[in-house]
Design a protein around this ligand. Structure first.
Ligand code: XMP
Length: 511
């Protein structure tokens, strides 16, 4: 079994990011609620514990607390933001509201002789986001970093191996944050660096088996990276008990339904294709609000899964579990963890409350896209699958502005296929690229006649985690060829534009 670092969650937005950083440093990590009993923590025997941030104030009644005994286990601890304040409060120091709150990238002056900052320059940048701060250190601690407005931006009691930072080392806005976490793991916790993605695979296989026991599981398989990796993982964990449903909702890209079927038909899993174009288009008729479209599609997916579960019942009994390839960015952007809803990813915010499945199996829920691809390679999925660009569950519905019709879907499919072909011919590197059918019409001229056709927008982005992105500076010859082919070959399109917005402020999909 791998060494483990436990992340105790006090409501922080970044808990998954902390766990990810720890994994990046080749140490296994697991997130547990902040109120986890000491006896359970002892049983897990972590080599270190990280306390997350959180939105509360330690001196508010009802704020999450920690037992004093947590700091007496002899296990090294790193408290981040609220975690630092909690550590201070519990060990008899003082936390008070800031006179000047700090938000954003802030200059830090760090004590390079502290194990946490070993090998780093004294002048650092840290992401601060706080309204409380430590105003009196608990006994045994010294301040190890400060900012202009915050005298204790980090502190340590080296004897007891207790460390804390007011800033967030886990985010990219703290450029040397990963180095600090690595220092904590290797200089304080004596990590062996024994974890890699195969460790994650083994851990997940065991967890899936423990969760579902002898039950059968129905998986929504879209053929995208996430659900394909999820299928391979489940096929390994519960062979013979996995039923993969591929729903062709009529909003796939050109030929995609057949390609997905070809990729999975001969694998060692039960693959069922459901052609449900009519059913989806009927539900979407006249609906133009993006969030409603997403919710309708999310619900309809589950209705199809329920219908398929009923068909499987006579042979396998009640199917209790629905599996999905949900990954962490889907969860964040759908407004979990009390963060704002950016868009309801179909597999998170779009699930109906009254569904017939009693449990969800989501083994990739803590992973980021690049980690999912690595897991896919570990599971020996072909590169054509693991390196595929993502395609959103709601498909072309979120790339057709306004109400969805079959005609619009056909128009977009044709334009999108040309764009993808030209990107391939031009060997342009992008992590995701596609066409969008806007709801803007414009006047054009073809031959001697006036036209009044649709506008297609092209989008191509580079990104690693799909949480942020930059647009790709596609060579003009490629853009020009795509544009002229689209207006010539796709009926009803008279103008092509290229989207040059990053995320933020835009998102990758238009809806
Ligand atoms: P946005 O548009 O939020 O997209 O910047 C980020 C990434 O997520 C994909 N995406 C989805 N994937 N279900 C999915 O499986 C969805 O509902 C969904 N919405 C967006 C999007 O294609 C991009 O890769």
């Amino acid at each position: 079994m791998n060494q483990l670092v436990l992340v105790l969650d006090f409501g922080g937005q970044y808990k998954e990011l902390i766990a990810r950083r720890v994994r990046e440093c080749r140490v296994a990590s697991e997130i547990k609620p902040g109120r986890t009993a000491l006896s359970e923590i002892k049983k897990l025997a972590p080599i270190g514990i990280i306390l997350t941030g959180g939105p509360d104030s330690v001196y508010r009644d009802g704020a999450p607390r920690a037992e004093r005994g947590l700091f007496e286990l002899g296990i090294p601890i790193l408290g981040i933001c609220y975690g630092m304040q909690l550590l201070t409060y519990t060990l008899g120091g003082e936390v008070s509201p800031c006179t000047t709150s700090e938000y954003g990238r802030t200059k830090l002056s760090a004590d390079a002789s502290s194990p946490l900052f070993k090998g780093l320059e004294p002048s650092q940048i840290g992401l601060m986001s706080h309204t409380d701060q430590v105003t009196r250190l608990p006994a045994g601690f010294t301040a190890t970093a400060s900012t202009q407005n915050c005298a204790v931006a980090a502190m340590a009691d080296e004897k007891r191996k207790l460390y804390a930072t007011q800033f967030h080392p886990e985010v990219e806005n703290t450029p040397n944050g990963t180095a600090m976490i690595r220092n904590f793991l290797y200089n304080v916790c004596n990590a062996a660096g024994d974890y890699d993605i195969s460790g994650y695979r083994a851990r997940m296989v065991a967890e899936i088996r423990a969760q579902v026991g002898d039950d059968h599981v129905l998986l929504g398989l879209s053929g995208g990276v996430d659900s394909s990796v999820c299928a391979a993982l489940l096929a390994e964990a519960i062979p013979g008990k996995l039923h993969c449903i591929f729903v062709d909702h009529g909003l796939m890209r050109l030929n995609e339904g057949d390609e997905v079927e070809a990729a999975f038909r001969h694998r060692r899993l039960h693959f069922i294709r459901v052609n449900a174009e009519k059913r989806f288009l009927k539900k979407l008729q006249g609906v133009s609000d993006p969030e409603r479209k997403r919710k309708i599609i999310g619900e309809e997916f589950v209705r199809v899964f329920e219908d398929e579960a009923i068909k499987l019942k006579h042979e396998h009994g009640d199917i209790k579990y629905l599996a999905q390839g949900t990954i962490y960015p889907d969860v964040v952007e759908s407004g979990a963890n009390a963060s704002a809803t950016i868009k309801s990813h179909h597999n998170v915010g779009g699930l109906p409350e009254d569904m017939s499945f009693s449990g969800l199996v989501e083994p990739l829920r803590g992973l980021f896209k690049d980690e999912v691809r690595a897991l896919g390679r570990e599971l020996k999925l072909p590169r054509a699958l693991t390196e595929r660009q993502p395609f959103p569950g709601p498909g072309l519905a979120v790339r057709i502005m306004g109400a969805v019709t079959k005609k619009k879907a056909d128009t977009l499919r044709a334009a999108d296929a040309i764009f993808r072909e030209e990107m391939g011919r031009g060997r342009v590197k992008a992590d995701q690229y596609f066409a969008v059918l806007t709801d803007t019409r414009s006047v054009g001229v073809m031959g001697d006649f006036r036209t009044y056709g649709n506008t297609i927008a092209l989008r191509a982005v580079t990104t690693t985690d799909f949480m942020t992105c930059e647009y790709v500076p596609i060579p003009h010859r490629v853009l020009g060829r795509a544009s002229s082919r689209i207006v010539n070959e796709v009926r009803g399109v008279s103008r092509v534009v290229y989207d040059i917005t990053g995320k933020p402020p835009a998102t990758i999909e238009w809806e």
